[in-house]
Design a protein around this ligand. Structure first.
Ligand code: ZN
Length: 64
């Protein structure tokens, strides 16, 4: 199964966060991103947030 990732640099905000999260499944990745997002970025765990996270998911591994 291909790796999937979310790069926080694709969601620029005042934290200038450079974290990238990777996982094998979209579900895992969304959970990890929500956990990170709520803790670091003050996002709320809402269906809308999850939808935005989902849109940011990319195939493969994060660029160096
Ligand atoms: Zn972040």
């Amino acid at each position: 199964m291909a790796r999937k990732y979310i790069d926080c640099r694709d969601f620029p905000d005042e934290t200038n966060c450079s974290i990238a999260l990777t996982a094998d499944s979209e579900e895992e990745l969304i959970e990890a991103a929500i956990e990170h997002g709520t803790k670091i970025h003050g996002y709320e765990n809402t269906p809308e947030t999850r939808e935005n996270v989902k849109k940011g998911i990319k195939e493969g591994t994060p660029p160096a």
